[in-house]
Structure formats: C-alpha cells, structure tokens
Design a protein around this ligand. Structure first.
Ligand code: NOJ
Length: 531
C-alpha cells in the first residue's frame, strides 16, 4: 500500500471501554491484563489501533473521566508495569495504542483541586475557574452542566463558586492559566515517552470558556426529551476561538515525536468541526466525526451528509467516521440488526479512518438496566429520558459460558440476556455471522488500497439506495447499499458497471458477475470490483 499514508489514515481504530472488555482478576471490572489477553482476538479481527477509555486513578464518579492522577494507572485496571506490557505486546502485534486524555476537567479529588479549593490565595487557586456569586446571590451566570443542573458549585469554605461542565466532582481546569497548560502538556509527554501512539482528547470543545462569562442564550429548538443541558445554546461555554490555540500547543508537542496521533472529541456541526484540523497542520489529525450517529438512518440524508462532509474538508485534511461509542446507544439498537450490517459496510468502505466500538462487531445491543443497577451519573441526575449510558457499556460477550467469560466475579453491569447466542465464540466460525462480516470487510479494506485510501465518488441513486465508487491507481470498487427492507433494482445509468461481487452483507453472493443492473435484497449491501 502507498507508503505516503500514515498508519492512522490506512488503519481502523477499535474503542475499548476498559471496565467492560475483559476481567482477569475476578472483581467484575475489566482490566489491563484482560485487554492483553484479548490482543490475539483483536489482531485476528484485523484492526490496527486500540483506543482505551480512561484507565487512570479516579474516584469513578464518571467512570474514569474524573481523573485524580494523570500519570498513573488505577489499581482496578492494573499497574504502570501492566500498561508497559500492554504497549509492548500490542506493538509486537502491529497494533497501536491510543489513550484517552481528559484535559477539560480533573476529579475534585485531584491534589491540584484540593490545593485550589484550600484558600483564595493558594498558588493553584486559578488553576480552576472560581467566581463570586451573582450580585443578588446565586450562581455567577446561567451556565448549565451537561449532566443537568447549574454548572456552578458553591464552596462554603472559600465563599466562591467553581465551574464544572460535567459533574460537580469534575471541576474544569482553567486553560487560560499558563501553568495549567504546562502541567497538562507534561501529561502528554509522560505517555508519549512511554510509547503511546496517540490520544483521544475528551470534551475538547469545552476547553476554554468565555472570558466575560456571558449568559448562554436560550435554545429556540429545545425539546424536553433532550434533557436540561439543551435548554440553552452553549455559545459561551463551547467551541471558543481560543480552543484552537490550545490544540496548536498540543499538536506542536506531539509533532516532536514520530507518527503520533491526536483525535478530538467534538460534537459540532460540520462547518465548525472541520476548523479543528487547524491551519497548516496545527489542529488535531482527526476531529471525530459523529454525524453518522446523529443523522436519521435514511439513504438520501446519509448521501447528503457524506457530500457535505467531503466538500467541507480543508485541503490535506483526512476524513474519519464513527458509528458508536460509550456515550451513544448501540448501533444495533439504533438501526436494527439487518441495517447494522449495512452500516458496517458503509463505515468500512467510506473514505476516512473508521472507529469501531467494542462489541458492535458481534451486534451487541443496548441492555436495559433495572433502576437498582443504574451506574451512570447522568441517568441518576436526569432519569427516564434515555440519556443514561449504561445500556451501551455492558460487558463484552466472549462465549456462552457464565457471564460470557467476561468475569468470574459479579459483573459491574449486567450482561445482555442473549449472550449465550450472541458472542464471539458462536460467531467466530459461522460463515454468515456479523463477526465474519466485520472480519471480511476489514480484510478487504486491508487488501484493497482503493477501499482504504482511494478517492470517493458518489453515484446517482434514489430511494433507499446509496452508491459510490472508490478508486486508487487502476482499481475501482463499487459499493451499493440498500438502506430499506424492500428489494431494490440499482441501475447506474450514467456509469458503466461491469464487475464481480466480492462481498454481500449476507455473505452469500461472492463471485456473482454484474452488468449495469443489480438487484439488491432488502437490507443488503454489496461490494463489487469493477473492470
Ligand atoms: C465525554 C466522554 O466521552 C464522556 O463519557 C464523559 O462523561 C464526558 N466527556 C466528561 O468527561
């Protein structure tokens, strides 16, 4: 394959939610030795990089996204020595390792915050965002926490409020303070020096807040089912122009190392999202593109999305696509099992780096969590709206044995009831399973440079059909997807189509010769090699 492409352009990223992947010490929570024990599986699956959600010491108010020490490993997950072994073992298998970097906020148990809150004249006071009460009393302004309620917490001892974009246990760092920038860049350096290949930067759009602390305006399009955070437009709390200056500093540091990657978690409209590539390579390499998760699952809407995204990309920018993560309901629950196959084919044949979420490769679904077992603070704060994220974080389903062999203890979240039939072992050698489909798609993407790094050209299609050609050198591949349940005839009027089916989402049509007109079954996608 053309060597001018970087590993993260050619490759596929697989997200591991470490609490739920594999538990080796029987405490019901996944750990690093568990991940190490499954590297063989990941290599067999064919992915290139693992991104691991936070594994640092943390009181776990937000399951690791409340970091109490950025440069160590939580004993629940193992030790620094385990982590070093994980990196070495992964690299031995040609897998790269991406860590979660949580710069926007620390835990309220982080020593920096303990110092900061200890007195108004502590040297670390301004490492966080402290404000006086409003003139008549109460919070300084109307800013709301993502997880519900005011984003300001009163500190009785020092008689000021501190700002927290998420839980009150997650105070926001003040990135306008040079010492915070230095300390947080040192965190990146610490892990880069230990061979980490990249970072997924958490909550990047929140990093800098308005320096005048202006009220956010009301959201005219608010719907009650979105939860309280959406009552306001986060104009003064997110996507501030200065965020890019901070990203430039991170990028400058990372560029001093060889071939490392920065990914930004950015829930933003496309025109804003693409600004995070930065000018002249000063932004993140990949601003996570979540629009396939957010768009209604209809062919015309998806076609328009791809077109808008491709058109918005700055020169030199490399695209990327995501179908699931630990904050979003499972793909299979959103679009159904049949369309989840079509979605997999879409994700793995689009131009741009794909990110998979653990368990999607076997069609794991959201698991309904009984109220007494709810873990996620968001569900506890804003119950009943379906905002809770436990359903998509349940343990990986490895086989049909007790607890799917995820743990010998009591799992921290319940397993899906259907794990005895939906699991890796059952699907491993089944020629038509979801897992086999993923494996074939990944294999094809690895074998065919056109599918990984080739150009993208849409083909005119109507109704539930979506079609495009990927080309590289003299290779041309046609992808035709039926996003509806009814059979469809695809007639590429303006393009000459002659070729052979290499893969169907049903895994039963390889070798079939096609000429101009193709009939797709309901919920079927096919990949055709042309010429
Ligand atoms: C985004 C993370 O993905 C989510 O899980 C977390 O709760 C928030 N950021 C806060 O860190």
């Amino acid at each position: 394959m053309n060597e001018t492409f970087r590993w993260w352009q050619r490759g596929i990223i697989y997200q591991i939610y470490p609490r739920s992947f594999m538990d080796r010490n029987g405490d019901g929570i996944g750990d690093l030795p568990g991940i190490i024990s499954k590297l063989g599986y990941l290599q067999w699956l064919g992915i290139d990089a693992i991104w691991i959600s936070p594994i640092f010491p943390s009181p776990m108010a937000d399951f690791g996204y409340d970091v109490a020490d950025y440069t160590d490993i939580h004993p629940l997950f193992g030790t620094l020595a385990d982590f070093e072994r994980l990196v070495a073992e992964a690299h031995r298998r040609q897998l790269t390792v991406i860590l979660d970097y949580v710069p926007n906020h620390t835990s309220d148990q982080h020593p920096w915050f303990s110092e900061s809150r200890s007195s108004r004249d502590n040297p670390k006071r301004h490492w966080y965002i402290w404000r006086d009460a409003a003139p008549g009393g109460g919070p300084p302004n109307n800013w709301i926490s993502v997880f519900g309620g005011s984003a300001w917490e009163w500190d009785a001892a020092t008689r000021q409020y501190y700002y927290h974009a998420y839980l009150k246990e997650q105070p926001d760092l003040n990135w306008r303070h040079p010492a915070v920038q230095t300390a947080m860049l040192d965190v990146l350096r610490f892990w880069l020096d230990r061979g980490v290949d990249g970072f997924r930067i958490d909550a990047l759009r929140q990093l800098i807040k308005d320096d005048r602390f202006r009220d956010n305006p009301p959201n005219p399009a608010y719907r009650a089912d979105q939860g309280p955070y959406h009552t306001l437009l986060p104009l003064y709390t997110t996507d501030r122009p200065e965020v890019l200056d901070m990203v430039a500093r991170m990028r400058h540091l990372v560029d001093q190392y060889d071939a490392r990657l920065l990914i930004g978690e950015l829930y933003l409209p496309i025109d804003r999202l693409v600004t995070y590539y930065g000018v002249g390579g000063s932004g993140v390499h990949l601003p996570f593109n979540f629009h396939l998760i957010l768009v209604p699952w209809q062919a015309r809407q998806i076609a328009a999305l791809i077109e808008t995204y491709e058109a918005a990309l700055p020169a030199e920018a490399w695209p990327n696509w995501v179908l699931g993560n630990h904050d979003q309901h499972r793909l299979t629950s959103r679009v159904g099992l049949a369309q989840a196959r079509v979605a997999a084919m879409l994700l793995l044949t689009l131009r741009g780096t794909p990110t998979l979420y653990y368990g999607d490769e076997i069609g794991m679904r959201d698991v309904a969590i009984p109220p007494e077992l709810v873990q996620d603070p968001w569900e506890k704060n804003v119950p009943g709206l379906g905002l809770g994220r436990d359903p998509e974080r349940t343990p990986m389903q490895w086989d049909s044995r007790p607890n799917a062999s995820f743990t010998t203890g009591i799992p921290w979240l319940p397993l899906a009831a259907d794990y005895p039939v939906v699991n890796v072992a059952v699907q491993h050698d089944d020629p038509t399973s979801m897992l086999t489909l993923y494996r074939r798609l990944i294999e094809l993407r690895r074998e065919a440079p056109a599918l990984a790094v080739g150009s993208y050209a849409p083909i005119e299609a109507s109704g539930d059909l979506l079609a495009y050609i990927r080309s590289h050198a003299d290779q041309r591949w046609l992808v035709a997807l039926n996003l509806g349940p009814q059979p469809q005839r695809f007639d590429a009027r303006r393009v000459e189509i002659q070729g052979r089916i290499v893969l169907s989402t049903h895994l039963d049509r390889a070798g079939e010769v096609v000429r101009q007109t193709i009939t797709l079954r309901g919920d079927e996608g096919i990949i055709i090699t042309l010429g």
